[in-house]
Design a protein around this ligand. Structure first.
Ligand SMILES: NC(=O)c1ccc[n+]([C@@H]2O[C@H](COP(=O)([O-])OP(=O)(O)OC[C@H]3O[C@@H](n4cnc5c(N)ncnc54)[C@H](O)[C@@H]3O)[C@@H](O)[C@H]2O)c1
Length: 372
């Protein structure tokens, strides 16, 4: 495989995750060429220069368009706030670069469509940062479902909760602006939606309720500002094949730090998983004597691929950043034309469509069918 020249736009929470992944992918997987960390862009020169030296990039700029124009850059990581994704991703694709864009695709459906169009026209790879599908445990859950280990699936429940917006006195920032999206739905619910897509296919119908726990927040510079979107969403859904599902997303849920609790019920058993305990899952199979029936806890191990690429010992555990390293390896595979387990812009657009259908359902107080 050819060595890829990497450009990174944004160096906050996700920017660092992408930088770690680009730095580690060769060490972990071995079977790819070591990426070359070519160009990094931040909002100002000083921060860009500092981060370039910390993350190991050769060039730094405060002008992301200069990064995109750089002929040595083959692939661009877009890790800026949501509202910048369309402009940056489309410009990168039009310049012939592959794109690894953080989720969600874009606050507006029209912009997400334009991103897909740009990827289709360019013939370059465009994927989204839906890292939770990369967990070796999640991949094994998918295998078990496919093998019929818990029979015909009839009901799925998924809850995504964090508490970074639980404090009513937390400062207003970009995530509370309507420009960044609906709130819990596209900031949060898109992750469980990526898992539902990965395991069961696309959502077919939704009915939603949304809540704004705090109507306004203090501003860092003094004064207060109205919260423009909803921190909490509850959704009833029909999945492909008529499976009933419930999704709840709350970014003001005190005590929950990174919960994505998934329960899958079938005709012969059940599976339970929580991202806060991402190195294990529970399997219930309705067989054997009733006196010993119960959930079995299964710890992540080299048998759950690609766990063994990181650690040869079972039960030692991977971390959040490791999911990004796996995602990075899948992206490199997709660029090389291999079959890859990623959320492409095609499937990402369907996730966006689902989110907009959820918001429409809330505003119109009714079920909304999602056309394929
Ligand atoms: N995949 C995940 O699990 C996950 C988790 C958190 C956030 N995200 C997504 O990642 C994206 C970024 O979120 P974050 O939490 O990293 O935000 P952040 O605020 O920590 O970082 C964003 C960075 O972008 C930089 N930036 C802003 N405008 C820029 C510009 N014009 N040019 C260059 N840099 C610019 C900012 O200075 C900042 O460093 C969002 O879309 C978010 O939804 C994904």
């Amino acid at each position: 495989m050819k060595s890829l020249g990497v450009g990174l736009i944004g160096t906050g929470y996700m920017g660092k995750c992408h930088a770690l992944a680009w730095n580690a992918v060769k060490t972990v997987f071995g079977d790819v060429a070591r990426p070359r960390l070519v160009h990094l862009a931040e909002a100002n020169e000083e921060l860009a220069t500092l981060r370039a030296s910390e993350f190991g990039f050769e060039k730094a700029t405060a002008d992301w368009r200069a990064l995109i124009a750089d002929p040595e850059v083959d692939v661009v990581s877009v890790t800026t706030p949501n509202q910048f994704h369309p402009e940056m991703a489309i410009a990168a694709l039009q310049a012939g670069k592959h794109v690894w864009c953080e989720k969600p695709m874009a606050p507006s459906y029209g912009d997400a469509e334009r991103m897909l169009d740009a990827a289709s026209i360019s013939g370059r790879v465009g994927i989204l940062g839906y890292n939770y599908i990369q967990n070796p445990v999640m991949r094994h859950i998918k295998t078990l479902i496919g093998e019929g280990a818990i029979g015909e699936i009839n009901h799925v429940r998924v809850e995504m909760d964090e508490d970074f917006m639980a404090d009513p006195d937390a400062f207003f920032y970009w995530k509370s602006e309507l420009a960044a999206g609906y709130g819990a739905l596209d900031d949060f619910a898109v992750h469980p939606l990526s898992l539902l897509w990965f395991l069961f296919g696309h959502v077919e119908a939704v009915i939603t309720d949304m809540v704004k726990p705090y109507a306004e927040r203090p501003l860092q510079q003094g004064g207060r500002r109205e919260v423009e979107n909803h921190d909490l969403a509850s959704v009833l859904m029909r999945l492909h094949g008529g499976i009933s599902a419930v999704l709840m997303a709350n970014r003001s849920a005190w005590g929950r730090k990174g919960r994505i609790a998934l329960q899958i019920f079938g005709s012969k058993g059940a599976i339970s998983y929580d991202q806060e305990r991402m190195n294990e899952f529970e399997l219930y199979q309705a067989e054997g004597r009733g006196t010993e029936q119960g959930f079995r806890k299964i710890l992540a191990a080299p048998a759950h691929r690609p766990y063994g690429r990181f650690i040869p010992a079972p039960g030692h555990g991977l971390g959040f950043n490791d999911l990004k390293i796996i995602e990075c390896r899948e992206l490199i595979g997709a660029i090389a034309g291999e079959a890859a387990s990623v959320v492409t812009f095609v499937d990402g657009l369907r996730i966006e469509k689902t989110v907009h259908a959820m918001a429409q359902s809330f505003h119109e107080r009714r079920w909304v069918e999602i056309a394929s």
